[in-house]
Design a protein around this ligand. Sequence first.
Ligand SMILES: NC(=O)C1=CN([C@@H]2O[C@H](COP(=O)(O)OP(=O)(O)OC[C@H]3O[C@@H](n4cnc5c(N)ncnc54)[C@H](OP(=O)(O)O)[C@@H]3O)[C@@H](O)[C@H]2O)C=CC1
Ligand SMILES: O=C(O)[C@@H]1CCC=N1
Length: 271
Amino acid sequence: MLSNKKVGFIGGGAIAEALIRGILNSKLVSPTQIAVSDISIQRLDYLHNTFGVITTNKIQAVSEQSDILFLTVKPQVIDSVIDSVASSVTVKSVVVSVAAGITLDYLQEKMPGIPVIRVMPNTPVAVGEGMAAMALGSHTTQEISEPVSTILGSVGRVVTIREEAMDAVTGVSGSGPAYAFLLIDALSDAGVCVGLSRNTAVLLAAQTLLGAAKMVLETGKHPAELRDMVTSPGGTTIAGVHVLEQKGVRGALIDAVVAATTRSREMGKKS
Ligand SMILES: NC(=O)C1=CN([C@@H]2O[C@H](COP(=O)(O)OP(=O)(O)OC[C@H]3O[C@@H](n4cnc5c(N)ncnc54)[C@H](OP(=O)(O)O)[C@@H]3O)[C@@H](O)[C@H]2O)C=CC1
Ligand SMILES: O=C(O)[C@@H]1CCC=N1
């Protein structure tokens, strides 16, 4: 338990909800240690009723109380949000921005002297299988960042990276769950196409991606080696893989990550 820490969220949308769900499931903090501010009262009611967390539409009520303050708003509004919180955060707190493209330089310029961390999480934090990368600002020591690492580590894996890699991380693992959901959806449609019920097809598709991902992580083998183990000579798998290669699925995924990375860089330039 991070028993003596108060965790705040400015913005109670998709990623804040995923983080709150995961953190509460991990039992690292209790609902009353978490406070959320959002402009939508309906959203605050939903979060309070679902998780029992403290909610308010007054941003500063959250920022002045929080030891760890997550900025979980869209990059487009982060400027005005920081203007509202900057005077109420102190050097004893740490501000964690998850906004795609928003740089440490920008955050530090807007909040001089305040420890800041730039993090790119992903929505599987909600089920304890997130992937988060963090880059520390120049006023953020390892000791200051420790509780943030602990929080992110309680809902998945966390790595510390050079900030320059953050746009690439956004393209791979930040946006990545969307590619995986698209693949699972497509694989499910394919199952239906060859005669399976929808429920069975979704189960088969999702469990197959989960199992394959686990094998990569647990065996440490190269994905291509694991793929070869499935691919019997003259069998079914090579017939399927042949079609995927002909249709350019590998190239499409590479193009998708490059496009998302480029978009993250563009969003950073506007901040
Ligand atoms: N979704 C994801 O998978 C990930 C998102 N991120 C980053 O997280 C951030 C949030 O993304 P996401 O959760 O998807 O977005 P959402 O739109 O779901 O959530 C943002 C929330 O903030 C609210 N909001 C807007 N303005 C303010 C304000 N001034 N004060 C308080 N709350 C406000 C929004 O209300 P309203 O909708 O009414 O505007 C909304 O409820 C982005 O910067 C994104 O780059 C990072 C990693 C993964
Ligand atoms: O789509 C987005 O911009 C955010 C950042 C990573 C995932 N979602």
